[in-house]
Design a protein around this ligand. Structure first.
Ligand code: CA
Length: 470
């Protein structure tokens, strides 16, 4: 590395469970996210950024390690990270970066699971609290006052302010919001009071024309939201469709109020960078650990390989390299983030990392042979929301999902195998994924091609094909 080249600072802002379709730059008609949009308008928006496993802890492990979950060992919410493996923070730290993580960690505590590769870390224990959150800060418990999104931003700005100005920095600013149970702060508590949030096209999905996994899932707006989620008892006279709509409004308004606070705080951080004259030399990313169902298919939550949960918002600004107001449709994954940051820092990407840097895509040049398909796997068979374990691939036009529906002795799964089933969606004709065409004779050739591609990708990433237990 040429020591004379000034290396960029990197600020990675990640929220929890924020779906792209709740951001105005991704076309949300409901809420406005001016500060997230500001990153996109001054940089690039990725429209096909996907996670390799749509659940918190595994996605976070993938982002840190640049590897898939069967490699980094964090397949489920019950797994903890083994911090002895290579991570992006360690490599940046070893190569002269000052490093910090503030906010949600959710990869376990104690032993080898505390954050490693960070000069400073102040993380929420487990899920953390929305109000007056405690932090585990370099092994000490620290109490704070205020709303979690504000506190995480304050701590992040304080750390930037007090850094050694002779070195570049890497900051992971990880918000807890807008995670369930979606508790907004006082400032945003009355937003959207006077409007009705439109219901999505698939709000009344009856789960016909699909494998049985969709109907078996327990994440329905009308049936599965609890009083803790809703905060107030529904009016006694409501029932059926009217009650479902009422619950949806309660859920979505609180969710979007939490997002509004994240957006305000991103604005505060961006303003601080301007004020300190750091904006030009600092890469700023905003993303979320996976997507979320916002009433789509009648659901809340994530886990499924369906678009709303598979897709991550991803906007990035770096005025020196990334053209303002640009959009990419190339397929990038959470496993690519670590290689991307190492690339920007001029550090050799270790062979063991499985993702690829997409720095050239961000600067407006697509490399030859960029991926046209991606591999996904959700391991937590029947856990919590009763989603069946599955793996699959998404290409530009199709999605093939195999519900192997078996715990395979995986921690955090339930040992109650279901009959394996397949789904195929033609995303061009059926972007909402309502019609499984796996058994349609017109798609016989597509099924054959995609099944081969699934096998190939599975081998490429080193995962194992499902074999029923004897
Ligand atoms: Ca999450």
């Amino acid at each position: 590395m040429n020591a004379n080249v000034k290396r960029p600072n990197i600020i990675f802002i990640m929220s929890d469970d924020h779906a792209a379709h709740a951001m105005s730059c991704y076309g949300s008609k409901v809420n406005v996210t001016p500060n997230m949009d500001r990153i996109a308008n001054e940089g690039m928006r990725f429209d096909h950024c996907f996670c390799t496993n749509a659940i918190c802890t595994p996605s976070r492990a993938t982002i840190l390690t640049g590897t898939y979950n069967h490699v980094n060992g964090v397949k489920t919410l019950s797994d903890r990270i083994d911090g002895r493996q290579i991570t992006v923070s360690k490599l940046l730290q070893q190569n002269g970066y000052q490093t910090a993580i503030v906010g949600k960690w959710h990869l376990g505590h104690g032993g080898y699971s505390d954050p490693t590769g960070f000069d400073y870390w102040s993380v929420l224990p487990g899920q953390g609290s929305y109000f007056d959150p405690s932090f585990i800060e370099m092994n000490q418990t620290v109490k704070t006052e205020g709303y979690v999104t504000d506190v995480i931003t304050d701590k992040s700005i304080d750390w930037i302010r007090n850094r050694d100005k002779d070195k570049p920095f890497f900051l992971m600013c990880h918000h807890k919001a807008p995670h369930r149970p979606w508790i907004p702060d006082e400032k945003h508590a009355h937003l959207y009071e006077d409007i009705d949030i439109p219901e999505p096209e698939t709000f009344n999905d009856d789960y016909s024309n699909r494998a049985s996994a969709a109907s078996a899932a327990e994440m329905r707006i009308d049936r599965d939201l609890t009083l803790t989620d809703l905060k107030v008892e529904p009016p006694a006279h409501l029932e059926g469709a009217a009650l479902k709509s009422w619950k949806y409004q309660r859920y979505m308004k609180d969710y979007l109020r939490c997002v509004a606070s994240v957006d305000d705080n991103i604005g505060r951080l961006l303003d601080y960078l301007e004020q300190e004259d750091l904006a030009q030399e600092t890469i700023v990313v905003y993303t979320s650990d996976q997507g979320f169902f916002l009433g789509d298919h009648g659901w809340y939550d994530k886990r499924f390989m369906y678009e709303e949960s598979l897709r991550m918002p991803f906007v990035i600004r770096y005025p020196k390299e990334i053209p303002a107001g640009s959009v990419s449709n190339d397929m990038v994954l959470n496993v690519d983030f670590a290689p991307l940051f190492l690339d920007y820092a001029g550090i050799t990407i270790p062979e063991s990392m499985q993702g690829q840097s997409f720095r050239s895509i961000a600067s407006g040049q697509k490399p030859v042979n960029w991926r046209t398909s991606m591999y996904y796997r959700y391991w937590m068979h029947l856990s919590e929301h009763k989603v069946y374990a599955h793996y699959g691939i998404r290409t530009e036009q199709f999605k093939l999902i195999f519900y192997y529906a078996d715990a395979l002795n995986t921690l955090g799964s339930e040992d109650e195998p279901k009959t394996p089933e397949w789904e195929l969606f033609d995303l061009k004709k059926d972007p909402c994924e309502m019609i499984n065409v796996y058994h349609d004779p017109d798609y016989e050739r597509v099924v054959a091609l995609l099944t081969r591609e699934l096998d190939r990708l599975q081998q490429e990433v080193g995962d194992e094909k499902y074999v029923p237990s004897a």
